[in-house]
Design a protein around this ligand. Structure first.
Ligand SMILES: Nc1nc2c(ncn2[C@@H]2O[C@H](COP(=O)(O)OP(=O)(O)OP(=O)(O)O)[C@@H](O)[C@H]2O)c(=O)[nH]1
Ligand SMILES: [Mg+2]
Length: 670
């Protein structure tokens, strides 16, 4: 038996899905989180009769009308894949809006069970709903649920009602709005929609009583007036992110990471002892330095990342991130993107792939593609070890490093948005109205689950892709081109050095023309965590956390120590890795969302150029400030950068000309 979960955005479909299937799909306190359907069987304890039941979570939708395309996955699913029962999740705090969709679902002829979700919130707001009356009027079971509670949440009743309703299918008489069956044009449809609104309004008037608690509302409003303020909003956001980084990067994170790295080193020693002299030295080096060392270096950052994810999940759950969307909307409108674009970007702070997929809710094609192109600039989970490594080794774990990377990302996104608008010559603007969810105390449990889920994905990746890459890197640096072992002190003769050196040459004007860094940047395209792994393998360092051991703290601009670069070049390298194209998987996802090779190649080219130009500026200007002269390779670098900027300028010029041309074309045509 197939059960579809439908309802307006943010009503709690995915939360309910997770609760009745035991899965961990992403839940966010804003509309538009789910963009793809997800399936799962009902948990055994909710299904004592063991009826085979598969539940399908769908993206949120406001309507089934064929004239709105954004929610097509949902309407196509309920119309074409004929689920046996529809669970319609209705937000009990917003009956008026939710029931519009319900009346449409009731007309399809598939049995419907209404879950009156968030009934804890509605009760708190003093809303009393007569479920019996609703159930009678709609001819379907109506059950109060609290999907976020683990007990007494009404979920058992829902599953039971679904099983019952299926048996009694003939009895569910559909509620139909006059004229809806014969509405074959947009005008007729609109007339039906009006009647639908009237029906819902009447029904809600009878079924709902509200005791309006105005004091609470104003307290939240007052808070919002400060937090989402025109000018104060952004600095407050900066402060919040700084705090998040302070905790994860400076206070709690390193302490936990130290512990973990201690264990990894213990394990390294244990395996070393086990193998002793008996194992071929090449093989033991591969296992110890290539695999355990390389993977260990990446995994060492896990605690920092977990703390950061935990705190971001708390912020998301509290409702604060929706306010950030409102703050950013002002900037986004100016550059021709909509506030909707911010959601993919927030999602991208976890991973760019779901972020890019989240652009599907944006209707305007250019805005959607531009958002898919710019979202990967946000530092994702895989880039965090790189930030943590460089912040730790060169900047004494200071929180401003990570914070500034987030804000540099926002700046780059806004700036790039402007450029792309000029290049495409499309100046359309969108207006975005976001329903702000109420603030609430974030749930430690939900944040923990979300954190553990991401940590698991991180570990799986470290144990597969990262492990293989590190092994390959280690083998490539162990052998020379004629397959003999690289002699002591002759690392430059290895295959890896041979492959990476031409790239390193291009990086001279950026301050890191060293083959090890080039190799790490290249493996970073496979997965960004590889940057750390490859640096660990090529420099033979296994402990990146205990910076004192590396004796690099306070190295400032001097060229010193193991890496052979100074703080300015380190910053340039960090910027380069963050702002060049994302990993291949994310590029693949860009490709499938953009559906246009011109855009995909344009995006990759743009991201490469952006990373190069930013790294060049950071290195050269940084060196000028700290050392009083420009850095190495200034002139050739400048020529390359001017050429790139000039090309973009040319495209922008052409783009704005094409707009004028189109406009005059229209005028002449008329
Ligand atoms: N208080 C309360 N909050 C809930 C309940 N159910 C869901 N939520 C919260 O509502 C928010 C939205 O939940 P989701 O499950 O992501 O909503 P969705 O309907 O899947 O949203 P989209 O995928 O964007 O359409 C989350 O912050 C949930 O924690 C509930 O019964 N009570
Ligand atoms: Mg969802």
């Amino acid at each position: 038996m197939k059960i579809a979960l439908t309802g307006n955005p943010n009503c709690g479909k995915t939360t309910l899905f997770n609760a009745i299937t035991g899965k961990v799909e992403h839940v966010g306190n804003w509309p538009g989180v789910t963009v793809e359907k997800k399936e799962g069987p009902v948990k055994d304890d909710l299904n004592p009769a063991s009826i085979p039941m598969t539940v399908v979570d769908l993206p949120g939708a406001y309507s089934l009308s064929p004239y709105t395309s954004e929610e097509s996955i949902t309407s196509e699913f309920v119309r074409n894949e004929s689920p046996d029962v529809i669970i319609n999740i209705v937000d009990a705090t917003n009956l008026n809006r939710s029931l519009f969709f319900t009346t449409q679902l009731l007309e399809i002829g598939i049995p419907v069970v209404v879950a009156l979700n968030k009934s804890d919130l509605s009760a708190k707001q003093g809303i009393i709903i007569d479920t019996q009356l609703l159930s009678d009027a709609l001819n379907c079971p109506v059950i109060e649920t609290v999907a976020t509670h683990s007990r007494e949440n009404g979920l058992g009743d829902i599953v039971e009602a679904v099983a019952m309703v299926k048996k009694e299918v003939k009895k569910q008489r559909s509620v139909s709005i006059r004229g809806s069956r014969s509405a074959d044009s947009k005008e007729k449809m609109e007339a039906v929609d009006e009647r639908r609104f009237d029906f819902v309004n009447d029904l809600v008037e009878q079924a709902e009583r509200r005791k309006i608690d105005s004091t609470k509302q104003t307290a939240q409003d007052k808070f919002d007036r400060i937090v989402a303020h025109k000018w104060l909003g952004l600095p407050i956001f900066a402060g919040v992110i700084y705090l998040v980084f302070s905790v994860s990067q400076t206070w709690v994170g390193p302490w936990l990471a130290d512990l973990l790295v201690g264990w990894i080193e213990g394990f390294y020693g244990f395996v070393e002892g086990l193998m002793g002299e008996a194992v071929n030295p090449l093989l033991s080096a591969l296992l110890l330095d290539g695999i355990i060392g390389g993977v260990g270096a990446v995994v060492g950052f896990l605690p920092l990342i977990m703390v950061l994810f935990f705190m971001l999940a708390l912020l998301e759950d509290s409702g604060y991130m929706s306010r950030v969307a409102v703050i950013m909307d002002r900037f986004f409108k100016r550059i021709g993107l909509s506030g909707k674009s911010i959601i993919p970007m927030i999602v991208s702070t976890g991973c760019a792939i779901p972020g890019i997929m989240a652009t599907r809710t944006i209707k305007n094609e250019r805005q959607r593609r531009t958002t898919a192109m710019l979202s990967p600039f946000m530092p994702c989970g895989a880039k965090l070890p790189i930030i943590a490594l460089f912040a730790g080794v060169f900047f004494g774990d200071q929180a401003w490093v990570g914070t500034s990377m987030y804000f540099l990302a926002i700046f780059v996104i806004v700036f790039s948005g402007l450029i792309i608008r000029k290049i495409t010559g499309d100046t359309s603007q969108s207006y975005f109205i976001m329903e702000l969810p109420e603030y609430r105390l974030p749930s430690i449990k939900r944040a923990t689950v979300s954190m553990l889920f991401r940590a698991k994905a991180f570990i799986v990746k470290a144990g597969t892709i990262i492990l293989i890459c590190n092994a390959v890197v280690h083998i490539l640096q162990t052998f020379t081109w004629d397959l003999s072992v690289v002699a002591e002190g002759m690392a430059d003769t290895s295959i890896l050095a041979g492959l990476a050196s031409p790239m390193a040459f291009l990086f001279i004007p950026l301050g890191f023309g060293i083959w090890q860094f080039a190799a790490a940047a290249i493996t970073g395209f496979i997965a960004k965590e590889n940057v750390v792994g490859t640096l660990a393998v090529t420099f033979a360092i296994t402990n990146f956390i205990d910076v004192e051991e590396l004796a690099l703290v306070g190295g400032s601009a001097e060229v010193l120590g193991v890496f052979g670069i100074g703080a300015v070049a380190a910053m340039s390298y960090l910027v380069f890795n963050l702002f060049t194209p994302p990993c291949f998987a994310a590029i693949g996802s860009m490709n499938s969302e953009m559906e246009d090779p011109k855009w995909v190649w344009g995006a990759i080219g743009f991201q490469l150029g952006m990373g190069y130009v930013l790294a060049f500026l950071v290195y050269q200007i940084g060196t000028l400030i700290t050392a009083g002269t420009f850095g190495t390779g200034f002139l050739p670098g400048l020529i390359a950068v001017v050429a790139m900027v000039g090309f973009v300028g040319f495209l922008m010029h052409r783009g704005s000309r094409s707009v004028k041309f189109e406009l005059t074309d229209v005028a002449v045509g008329k």
